[in-house]
Structures are given as structure tokens and as C-alpha cells.
Design a protein around this ligand. Sequence first.
Ligand code: PXP
Length: 259
Amino acid sequence: MTYQPRLGVNIDHIATLRQLRNTPYPDLLEAARLCEAAGAEQITVHLREDRRHIQDADVKRLRAELRVPLNLEMAATDEMVRIAGRIRPDWACLVPEKRNEVTTEGGLDVVKNKKRVELAVKKLQKAGIRVSLFVEPSLEAMAVASELEADAVELHTGLFCLAAQGALGARSPRKSETELERIRKAGLAARKQGLHVHAGHGFDYENVRRAALLEVKDAHGQPVPLIEEYNIGHAIVCRAALVGMERAVREMISAILAP
Ligand code: PXP
């Protein structure tokens, strides 16, 4: 059982900025190095079927150069399983994927897609890759994840995070409570079944604190954090754009004034 939760930084949106203009920058590895230097214990990227941000070459390069583990988010398709088998990330996180979605909407339906997911889990594990399933925080999903012998579940925290941000109108405060309770119950059930508990989607610098307060008792009856790993992207990249702005402007002024 892990006593201190880890942060995995999802750097997809560094690639989004690059793909917007097809420029050689921002450099993904440089971004990953800064995350590592700041204490991130994992780098996460999602190789989408439409390659809208992360490219195959990015995953290969990160795999070769990273000092921390690489977590590859991917659909449970033959193509992606083949690519993962070649690149061998430390973790594969199986996610649902719809072509037109802005971001991953909802968790993987492990009941409806049980056979396909089971096959992907087996193939990935056989290649030495640990597998997490990105699922809704429901007891049913925990049971299926355990049945499929996944190594971990990544609890989809999107609805909790939206509610905690007040995005669901007047019902937000109540909804954020009920969603957090769903996350707690699902996390406890997962732990009981021997699954590692990861979480992600929608976290910001405020709502993550509420999730980080959730606890489980360890083997000695001591309370420890329930969630072992967070995978967070959008909020960190957004914050980086602000806290890095001053230096970025200074460097450009200097390039112009002192060429
Ligand atoms: N975990 C999974 C499985 C995801 O699909 C995403 C979004 O790509 C994240 C974590 C990170 O979510 P966010 O960018 O909202 O922090």
C-alpha cells in the first residue's frame, strides 16, 4: 500500500499547443523534464486514434528518455495494443474513445466491452505492461476490473470535479458531496479486491484537495490516503501558461532588444 500519493502529469496539451501550428515547439521532452524536476512521479500521454495531440514518435521518444515511468492512455483497440506492445510503457490506462469528443467523456464501459477489454488486458500484461482501467466510480466497475485482473482502476473523477467547480448550477454543492462519496466507496471496494486506486479527469488546484483527504486503513489499522495516484493535465498546463508568462515575455523582449 502506498502511503504518499503520486502525481502523474498528463502532457497531452503541450502537444495540443504544438499541433495547433505544427511547430517544433513546445518540446514535449523538455516539458516532461520540467515535470520530473518538480517532483512528478510519472508522465502520462494519450495516443488518440485521431492523433490530435500526441504522436507515435512522441511516445517512442518519451519511452526512451524519461526518468520516471510512462503511463500510456489508449483505447482497447488492436492497433493501440500493438503499438503499446512495441513501445512498452510502464503502464497502459485503457480509456473509452469517441472521435468527436473534446476530451475523454465518461469511463470505460467494462460491462458492455468486457471481452475486448479482457483481451487487451491479457495482451498488455503479457508484454510486461501494467494495466489500469479508466472507469466510473461504481461498485460494478470495481468488481469487473477485479475479475479481469487489471492491476489498477483509474477512477473517473470528472463529474465530482465539475460539481466541485460549481458547473452544475444550484445542485453543484450536493452533487459534489454525493460524487465524492461514490469515489470513496468505489476506491474502498477496489482496495479490498487488491486493485491499486488511481484517479483522474477534471482535477484543479482546489477540488483535488477534497479527494486527497479520502482515507483507507492500512494493514496496521492506520489511515492512509485512499487514492495512490493522480493523473492531472489540463489544470497544470493552464497554470503553467500563467505562472510562466512573465518569464516568457521577458525572454522575447530580450531577444528583440539584444539580438
Ligand atoms: N486520466 C485520464 C484517463 C484521462 O483521459 C485524462 C484526460 O486526458 C486525464 C486523466 C487528465 O484529465 P485532466 O486533463 O482533466 O486533468
